[in-house]
Design a protein around this ligand. Sequence first.
Ligand code: SF4
Ligand code: SF4
Length: 190
Amino acid sequence: MPIGQPGFERWLECREKTCCSHYVVYPTGDEIIALGATLEMALDTLVTPLSSGKAPTAYRLDADDPAFRLALTRTRLTADEAPACGFLMRMHDGAARCGLGVNRPRACKTYPLVYADGELRIDARGCTCGPWRSDQLDGVAAFAQLHAATSAHARYSEVVARWNVDLECAGPVPTPSFLRTSRGRTAHER
Ligand code: SF4
Ligand code: SF4
């Protein structure tokens, strides 16, 4: 069992995983690179750039262009269902399962825990499986996970901010291969 993952047992047992269609997941740059290497997947099938306004991890490829963020690619499990994470799988017994398992992004591992105003809170708006209780979380270890996720997000934001400043100083730059993908839409964030 991954140590300290908030609500791991509940996540493992959950057959619905509605949170995986409610939110768009924005991995950090290091997670995108690691996932591509682990899964041996082309990065432009793994992630999709979505227009994202002024989010701290929104990058530009030209100073006059809108900003985009890289999100886990989404798809529809069936024609009748809402778009969901592209790694959400429906098993033969109808249960929804995460195809990334232990490799899923930190944002997925820490959900539904948030840290705000000096305290840990549960924000499970994307969950339709009933209320969460604090005893379903391991407070100390969960905080460590959330701290790691927040630090990684801050590092990624710094890298992207530097990229955007360099772009403004130097003008248009050659596009990294993993950013050369189609452009999308704005959506909820996990
Ligand atoms: S947050 Fe809710 S919907 Fe998502 S995996 Fe956990 S129990 Fe299931
Ligand atoms: S990576 Fe897994 S846990 Fe995260 S949204 Fe996708 S299916 Fe759900």
